[in-house]
Design a protein around this ligand. Sequence first.
Ligand code: MN
Length: 246
Amino acid sequence: MKKPVIGILTNIITVEEGTYAGGERIYVNRDYVLQVLSAGGIPLLLPIVHDLKAIRQQIEHIDGLLLSGGQDVHPKYYNSEPSPWLGAVHDERDVFEMEAIKIAIERKIPLLGVCRGQQLINVAFGGTLYQDIPQEIKTSDLLHTQRESRQKATHRVEITPGSRLHAILGSTAIWTNSFHHQSVKECAPGFMVVAHASDGVVEGIEKSGDHFVLGVQWHPEMMSDEPGTKKLFEAFVSEALKYAKT
Ligand code: MN
């Protein structure tokens, strides 16, 4: 049987030194690729393209869309001015990824959004973000930009009973790593918050209904020894396999 193809959204980095200095490279952290492989999917990296027809053709080739982490989403996409605490943004990425998300959702392709990926799904469907947690959520007493290594869990996340995420993880609480200074503020219409940290920060959202559209604020792909990571990627790839058969 053919394995489902998981499109992974990529980032761009400018080469700083050496022969190719000034050149741009397409990349994604290998953790995403390895998790898709171990869950039984075929990873396929999708570079940023600008032409709408080209984006559509990219998405037509995949059975699942994995949104990787990265820069802050530009606040203009949720009708806000940039705050002085806004981090690096990437306009080309925002435009491309929001189109990719919309096409994937229209085609009912399963989506898994990680970190920026969750935030982008929320913004693409009319939700808003906190631009900087320490500045805007004064009651937050957790370190969401952890100093520990990437695979280490540093704070607890409560999972909403009855949610898809709860069914996947089989638990109402897990420990996660945390590498974000932004988070979901108003949840997009048609979506619900399904995970939050003890300070109230949103750590997971999902689309209501049958279509698998799930966002998590932590980086499960970096925690390869956590049982929750395997469960999450296997659930995603198995949805992609179902889609591939339709
Ligand atoms: Mn966090």
